[in-house]
Design a protein around this ligand. Structure first.
Ligand SMILES: [Zn+2]
Length: 445
């Protein structure tokens, strides 16, 4: 009797393992969410069909499937049916309440910035494309208002910025005298312009990459609300720039990307790694492994063409975003290519015909041209759809020290793409497409 029961149980387990679909997401049967969509993806086994609330789900030849279901407020019941059984899911959707935060205005106060690379933003929002400068530690600022987690920073009579409250210390003791201008200097080299401007204190600044020049502005509102020092440096067509500070002496260096391949250093960054697995595919493959395969092929392709190449990781291990950027700065990289595979977010309606293919992401104007070229060369080499060029505030492409793009080579959550990226030659084809794009960029006018 007991043996019979064990036999039945093991047969049951066996049949689930052999024939049942493998649902990667969601892992829970009951979910509370503020998302507009419930997202299901995974792998159907042995040609079984799957429906969600009686709608048929597209299944790729390798079994990969993905489906989104629009949620209504409150309780949603979802029936996931396969040839071998039915599973029920409950989603409870709540709508987040968004309250308008009041802006408070107060008498101007002096404050100091606590650490280097502190974002100065155009709006009191901790996200997106609203960065107007990155302030140095000990920058003297004047704050005259607040909203939520931010202080309002007075820059001049018609310019203000916003800085996180936790990033500054209010100068209650009046430790510093008002900053004074000391000197300004400009040096031109064959491939670079170096401009310096000095003050007795470290002051807030903004940098604007306009159509023809880099405009660097330093503000001294304590002296007067009109006290703005502006430096305009003409820029070449392919360029990088960086701002450094040494106790109030700012250096803006605008550099031309070298024309000879052997003079160009490319940093190849395999996204994620170690315990950071990145996206998980329909067939449970992990993004970090596919990124590394493509990055390794890319490094080899670029070296064959004569580029100097540095990889941020060559094996499976954790490496922080700051360290990836630091590696690129340490080797004075001209170009930074970050390799990733995409997935869809919680609030996106998955359209398997739309959310697929290769997307190119950049942050700064100096990287736009490379992004535009890569959009064409990568898809035509790897066979993916074009998923467009996008601006995004990703830490690895934010510095202006190099031309930086992040390539989302394909969607891990798309059944069509899963057939492509799992193919043995996908990494090589993608690497060749990126290499061609970089060479086209170097040769472009
Ligand atoms: Zn990623």
């Amino acid at each position: 009797m007991k043996r019979g029961l064990i036999l039945i149980l093991s047969l049951l387990c066996c049949s689930i393992k052999t024939y049942g679909f493998d649902l990667v997401y969601p892992a829970e049967k009951k979910n509370c969410t503020t998302s507009d969509y419930a997202f299901f993806y995974g792998q159907a086994k042995n040609g079984e069909s799957i429906s969600i609330n009686d709608s048929g789900v597209h299944i790729a030849p390798n079994g990969a499937f993905a489906y989104t279901f629009k949620l209504k407020d409150g309780e949603n019941r979802i029936k996931l049916k396969s040839d071998y059984g039915v599973q029920f899911f409950k989603f409870y959707k709540t709508t987040p309440t968004q309250q308008e935060l009041p802006t408070e205005t107060f008498e101007p106060k002096k404050a100091f910035v606590n650490s280097d690379n502190t974002p100065l933003r155009s709006t009191p929002v901790d996200a997106g494309l609203n960065r107007i400068g990155h302030l140095f530690a000990n920058t003297s600022i004047i704050i005259n208002g607040s909203q939520g987690d931010f202080y309002r920073v007075l820059l001049s009579k018609d310019k203000e910025g916003w800085i996180k409250k936790e990033s500054v210390t209010i100068d209650t003791l009046g430790l510093r005298n008002t900053a004074e201008f000391i000197s300004m200097d400009s040096k031109r080299f064959k491939n670079a312009v170096i401009q310096t401007i000095s003050f007795t204190n470290i002051l807030p600044y903004t940098v604007e990459d306009s159509e023809k020049e880099i405009i660097f502005r330093v503000y001294n509102p304590e002296l007067s609300e009109d006290s703005v020092y502006s430096i305009n440096v003409p820029k070449p067509t392919k360029y990088t720039y960086k701002i450094t500070s040494d106790c109030g002496k700012y250096t803006l260096k605008v550099k031309q990307i070298p024309e000879k391949i052997s003079d160009i250093t490319v940093v190849v960054d395999a996204g994620h790694g170690g315990s950071e697995r990145g996206a998980i595919g329909c067939l449970r493959d992990e993004e970090k492994d596919i990124n590394l395969k493509i990055a390794t092929e890319l490094s080899q392709e670029l070296q064959k063409k004569g580029f100097n190449v540095v990889m941020t990781r060559e094996c499976d291990g954790n490496i922080s975003l700051d360290d990836r950027v630091q590696i690129a700065k340490d080797v004075d990289a001209d170009i930074f290519i970050s390799i990733h595979l995409n997935s869809i977010g919680g609030n996106t309606e998955m359209d398997i015909h739309k959310n697929r293919g290769t997307g190119i992401y950049y942050f700064n104007n100096n990287s736009k041209q490379l992004a535009e070229i890569l959009e064409k060369t990568v898809s035509s080499a790897s066979g993916t759809r074009k998923d467009g060029i996008h601006t995004a505030s990703f830490a690895v492409v934010r510095p202006t020290d190099y031309v930086g793009v992040l390539v989302e080579c394909a969607y891990m959550t798309n059944p069509f793409d899963s057939v492509l990226y799992r193919h043995s030659d996908f990494a090589k084809k993608t690497a060749k497409g990126i290499t061609k794009g970089i060479i086209d960029f170097i040769n472009s006018k």
